[in-house]
Design a protein around this ligand. Structure first.
Ligand code: FES
Length: 149
């Protein structure tokens, strides 16, 4: 005869199920909450460039390189991995060296660069238009991309 301190098998499985579902819901909620709380680093002087993501690399002093974040293959956003010293594309495994040149993978060329100027320590980036291999703006610095006709 069950007393008030015993728990039925059904009750035990119900409590274990609720606990397990709670753990799974918590594990799924963590990345969603982190995404919602994260903000890109934007300053008031960023202007329109705050709307366009780019990678800025300081070569030395006032020499910079400004890369479009989009992979030269099909446009997925590349990320910088300091451990390997490479920009990596998550879509098809494209990789680029720190100077934007192609390291490996399906991209036929290096990362696209945005024109920029440096004046009084302020980097002004002409961003917004993403060049494609066939467009005239792909040769922003007078160099033709290797895949352009
Ligand atoms: S889009 Fe980057 S490798 Fe395909």
């Amino acid at each position: 005869m069950p007393n008030e301190n015993t728990i039925s098998r059904r009750g035990l499985f119900m409590k274990v199920g609720i606990l397990f579902n709670g753990l799974v819901a918590t594990a799924l909620a963590v990345p969603i909450v982190r995404f919602l709380l994260s903000n890109p680093y934007v300053t008031p002087t960023d202007g329109k460039t705050a709307d366009t993501a780019c990678w800025v690399r300081r070569i030395e002093g006032d020499q910079f390189q400004v890369f479009a974040v989009n992979c030269a293959h099909l446009g997925c956003p590349v990320r910088w991995f300091p451990q390997s010293g490479l920009f990596m594309c998550p879509c098809h495994g494209g990789a680029y060296y720190r100077d934007g040149s192609r390291a490996s993978g399906p991209p036929e060329r290096g990362l696209f660069e945005y024109p920029h100027t440096v004046q009084d320590g302020l980097v002004t980036i002409q961003a917004g238009e993403l060049p494609t291999p066939g467009s005239p703006s792909a040769s922003l610095f007078g160099k033709k991309p290797p895949c352009a006709g």
